[in-house]
Design a binder for this molecule. Structure first.
Ligand code: ADP
Length: 324
């Protein structure tokens, strides 16, 4: 297995209109969502084998989410059903194409109720990479399950990837989020943040200074997403900025997850099982972030998250056309 993604699988309720605040939206359309689920599908479309570990409600939405991942070719055997809590819902508004507002219905949601004893240890021990986010750190028992999965994967020699993906409304206070995220940082090899998250964790939104501060917490690679401007990277040996591809943006939903899958695809290589620690120099990282920026840019040109994620062939064609 190339990538195991662990965390929330939920229903995104997309607004019928862009340019309105939450309470002004006339209708919401249910779509499969949850950042780690998006990464699993994005990785699959880029040609990697992927699996998902998590929990959904034993309800129509939960079964729909499992069916959706399975139809994409994502391994779903480690997804558990909860017969007490419902599948989490996230209402979304897009006051403009680049910014989303969220209201979560998760009181508690099934995704937070994944227990450590429900993890598929076999799957984790055979993964080349484990990808997690911070939504599973908000509450127990999914927080303990996340840390245990990370420990199993690390012990088996897998790359651990962490998208901070901070959603303020889910946490009792920012300090609680910072503390939980800081606990995970030293256990992750690759950490992805946007500028707001960088600022929350380091006190600066500057990718250079903030990236260095995050790197000092333990990861081998820090990537900073900068929306329509591009992305930045920092490892022990390299640091730099890679500009975005200018595209006609429909919405930026799913771009970060698409980008993340692009980074993981680049680090893991295609067929050779390549050693990712040898890909942390400027040459490799510039190429990897250029590829990931292309995956993100293509996602921005289409509506929604999952339906917007491009295939490897689409990314290759886009890169060929773009470089003339
Ligand atoms: P997140 O905030 O979820 O981490 P971003 O919205 O910054 O993610 O998007 C991730 C990446 O996708 C960016 O670094 C960029 O490469 C690409 N991207 C996002 N929005 C656009 C856009 N409007 N135009 C071109 N590329 C984009």
């Amino acid at each position: 297995m190339d990538i195991v993604c662990l965390g929330e699988l939920l229903i995104d309720l997309f607004p019928a209109e862009i340019g309105r605040r939450l309470v002004e939206v006339s209708a919401f359309h249910p779509k499969p969502g949850g950042a780690p689920g998006n990464v699993a599908v994005a990785a699959r479309r880029l040609g990697l084998a992927s699996a998902f570990i998590g929990k959904v409600g034993d309800d129509a939405f939960g079964r729909f989410l499992i069916d959706t991942l399975a139809a994409e070719g994502v391994e779903t055997r480690a997804i558990r059903l909860d017969d007490e809590a419902r599948t989490t819902l996230a209402f979304i508004a897009l006051p403009d194409p680049h910014h989303a507002e969220f209201v979560f219905y998760r009181n508690p949601g099934a995704d937070t109720r994944l227990r450590p004893d429900e993890l598929d240890g076999e799957l984790l021990r055979h993964a080349r990479a484990l990808h997690v986010g911070s939504l599973s750190l908000v509450a127990e028992p999914s927080r303990a399950a996340t840390f245990q999965a990370v420990e199993i994967a690390r012990a088996a020699g897998a790359l651990v990837s962490f998208d901070v993906n901070y959603r303020p409304s889910l946490w009792p206070a920012p300090d609680a989020a910072v503390a939980a995220i800081r606990d995970l940082l030293p256990l992750a090899h690759v950490v992805k943040v946007n500028e707001d998250e960088l600022c929350l964790l380091t006190g600066t939104a500057d990718p250079d200074a903030g990236g260095a501060a995050l790197l000092a917490a333990g990861p081998a690679l820090v990537v900073v997403t900068l929306g329509a401007r591009g992305s930045a990277y920092r490892s022990a040996d390299a640091a730099g900025f890679v500009p975005a591809f200018p595209v006609d943006t429909v919405d930026a939903i799913g771009c970060g997850d698409a980008f993340m899958a692009g980074v993981l695809a680049g680090l893991l290589g295609n067929a050779d099982g390549g050693a990712w620690p040898q890909r942390l120099d400027d040459d490799h990282l510039r190429a990897i972030l250029r590829y990931a920026n292309a995956v993100g840019a293509l996602t921005a040109t289409r509506a929604g998250a999952l339906p917007a994620l491009p295939t490897a062939a689409e990314v290759d064609e886009f890169l060929q056309v773009t470089s003339g």
